[in-house]
Each structure stands twice: as C-alpha cells, then as structure tokens.
Write a protein that binds this ligand. Sequence first.
Ligand SMILES: Cc1ncc(COP(=O)(O)OP(=O)(O)O)c(N)n1
Ligand SMILES: Cc1ncsc1CCOP(=O)(O)O
Ligand SMILES: [Mg+2]
Length: 500
Amino acid sequence: MNPFSPRPVLWTIAGSDCSGGAGIQADIKTAHILGMEVCSLITANTVQNSMQLFSINPVEVDTLEQQFDALLSDKTPAAIKIGMLADNRQLRWLIGRLRQFAPSNKPIIVLDPVIKASVGGDLSQEALDISLLQQLMTLVDLITPNWSEAQYLSETHQKDPERCWQSLQQFGAQALIISGGHGDDTDVVIDHCFFAEQHLQLQSTKAQTAYGHGSGCTLSTALACFLAQGYLLRDAFIHAQAFINKAFSLCPDNSDYYGSLIQPSWPVEKTFYPRVINPKAENLPAFARLEHQYLGLYPVVDSVAWLEKLMPLGIKIIQLRLKNKTTAELKQAIKQAVQLSKAYPQCQLFINDYWQLAIEYGAFGVHLGQEDLQALSRDELHKIQQSIRLGISTHGAYEFILAQQIQPSYLAIGAIFPTQTKDMTGQIQGIENLRHLMTLRDQKRDQQQLPVVAIGGISLQRAASVKQTGVDSIAVVTAITKADDFKKAVTDFQQLLTVK
Ligand SMILES: Cc1ncc(COP(=O)(O)OP(=O)(O)O)c(N)n1
Ligand SMILES: Cc1ncsc1CCOP(=O)(O)O
Ligand SMILES: [Mg+2]
C-alpha cells in the first residue's frame, strides 16, 4: 500500500468499549491496519472490563444525526460497518438515514448485529425490536451474526446454517457470514458464507486462547474493509478469516486472563489461511504433472491455423480456445490440433473447455474454468484425473486455495489487467494481489511447485512486472494474435521470460 495515496473511508457506527478490546476500538484498530481512513459515530459510551458489562450510556440520536451530516459532506464512506445500537430510537433513526442513500452512491454496508456482550449482558438499553432489526437487514449488503444472533434474527432457534440463511433470505438479507467461533467443542471452526445460491465453508483450527474479546467486531470490520477495497465477497471472506486466525495466533495459549484480540498486519501469511471445504476434491489423487516447471510464454489461440504458426517457434505450452462452434467443427479442430501437436513433442497442447473431446482425441491436457468445474461431478473429475492433465482458472484467493486442493497440473490467475478478450468485470487482480496470491502457493510436492500462469491484459510492456511476481508462465491472446509481427512478439516475450 502506498502510504501517500488517499485511503478509502470507513464509518463505524458502534459502541465504545472503554476496555479497548471490542466495539469502536476494535473497529478503528482493524480498519487502520487494513488501509482505511476511519470515522466513528459512537452509539453508546459503555462501561465494561474483561469480566463484566456495567452500563451502556446511549448517545442521543440528535448527536448521531449531526455527526452523520457532518461526515457526509466531506468523508464520504466507501463502507459503513454497523455494530452495537443502544436502543430502538437509534435503530429507527439509522433505518431512516440508510434509506436516504441513492442506489448509485450507496456505500457497502455490513451489519454486525451485536446483541450480547462477550463478557455477558445485553448490549442494548432495551430489547431491540426484531421487526426493526429485520428492516435494517434489508438495507445492508452483508450481516455477520454469531450463532446465537443468527438464530435469534432468523427466528429458527436451531444451529442449522442452511435454515438460518433460508429464513434470513426471506426477511430480505442479501448475504450472511456466520462465524463458527462460538460454542462447539471440536478442534476445528467452520465459518459459513451465504449469498444468492452459494454456500461457502471455510475450516480453520480452533484457537486455544481465552483472548478473543473483540473478535466478532474485528471480523465484521475486516470484511467491510476488504469489500470497500473491491474484493468480491468470497475473497473478503477468506482474507478476513485469515486475518482473524493470525490475530488469534498472536494471543497467548490457554491463558486464564480474558484479554482482547491483537489485530495483526496485512497481507496475511499462507499458514493462517483456512481450508476451503470442497467435497468434490476430498481424497482425489493429484493430477499428472507438466513436463517443465518453468513454462515461459503460453499463447491461447482460437484456431488450428494459429497453432500451425506458433508451434514451430519453440513454445512449451499452448492452448486451443474454441468458442461458438458446432460439435462437428469442435471435433474436427481438436482432432487436427492433436495430430499437429505430435510433430512438436516439446509443446504441451491444452484444449479449453471440451474435456471429453480432449480425452477422446488424446490431447496433452484440458483447461477448465470455475463454472466448468462446478458443472462436473466428482466421478467426471476423477475421470479427467485418470486420463489427462488439468489446468484451472482462478480469480482471487478463495478460488486459488480451492483449486490448489484439487492438485491440478497448473493453475491460472486472471485477469491481471483489464482485457478486451473476455468479460472479467469485478475480477481484475492487479499486480499486488497477484504477488500476494503467489505467497499462498502450496509447498512443493516431489521437488516441484504447482506451476502458476498469469493471464489477462498482459502486453510485452507489462510482462516484466508480471514476471517479477514469480509466476512460471504468462498466457496471452491479443499480444500475439493482434501483434503487427507475431513472430517478433513471440521472440520478444520468450527473451523477456528467459532472462533471469
Ligand atoms: C491459461 C488460461 N487461463 C485462464 C483461462 C480462462 O478459462 P475460463 O475461465 O474457462 O474461461 P474461457 O477461456 O473458457 O472463456 C484460459 N482459457 N486459459
Ligand atoms: C481467457 C481469459 N481468461 C482470463 S483473461 C482472458 C483473456 C486474455 O486475453 P488477452 O491476453 O487478450 O487479454
Ligand atoms: Mg472455460
């Protein structure tokens, strides 16, 4: 992060915890360390310590109203995190204010519906009206209750994540993250993330420490920060969980003293990232390896004619990416491509999308995207594993970690830069993110690391900065197919990629 570039603004609307661990104090520490500028609207000035909540002391709605107006004119929020609300007057006021945001300039809003203090005791002066809470829920992008709050809000009273989500969705919630940190006796913690039809689950090792005061507020604020910085929800989910895991790792083991969470730094190291729960990949053998770890230039082309022009140029990996073709055209092209590749044994031919045809005609491998993978059954994935190599597209940390668990032959990360070739809205990674993803690569298996390919908007000028991140290959479409002189473009890329 460049310390001189303006930081996006986060507003936290929450209570002050005079003991410093939770509430506004946790939010400010978290948002600051995650690169945000923080503004605070304090709903109550609580009196509490590590053992007990003594009093709440709500702030007048009129003060909150003045603060809201004062900030709106010069500290426009990229995100608002809502924590403790002290009474129904505050709740009603906030619903009214959030409704005034026009859809075009509405900030990301994350609601942490804190109802009980972790030291015990209700955090509201009066019981918050459940129907008002449910109205508030419809105005936010994400809610982050713990288990007891999720059951209360969803009126399910069961520890069943799917049922909680179904019920909250009916009340109008758009996305839900239930952190599994509270309650269970097992050594692992499962966190659930729901949005639309998706249910993502992350598994972490349970922290052996009593230092957890403020973990709920920290998680919720970290999520708001990552979302404000443009991460998709699935990536905000996994980064925020890694951030919390690292925070717990900094706290003393098995301490009797009930202390506050220690907010760590970002970016977070691989060891703190959770496992993605993915039954399809469970106990699947690793896919066959590529023949070279270092691959260099990886042209992705849309015809056999291009393969004919490029294969003789000393390329080690190439892809046939056919779109909008009839079955007959696909069969003919894939068959010809495989025949052609026999004359260039050093060149590993991948077929995009059409795994059955790639297997049928004996291609070296197949490249599949996330949607293709989701459509596959476990048996089909196993069949591909038995027959051919597999490359997988990933777009961000969640998919990168998920795809590594499948142990494919290589992984692609994209789009690194904006591209004209494919609609990648919301999925542009940038160099910094690519660099961080490279640190999340698994340990070597039999002396070899999983090869990583970068793709998307990579020109010759941009290739040097991509190479510096440590990727094993750079995949390009237009930098070759739209070059004035494709042979020169190939040579230039190859030179740049082979120089140490
Ligand atoms: C090397 C490489 N990386 C990514 C892709 C994209 O694959 P996918 O996500 O399946 O999208 P389509 O290419 O099918 O549009 C790729 N083809 N190659
Ligand atoms: C297929 C694909 N997948 C992610 S970006 C991309 C297109 C890459 O094309 P270009 O190199 O022209 O940007
Ligand atoms: Mg595809």
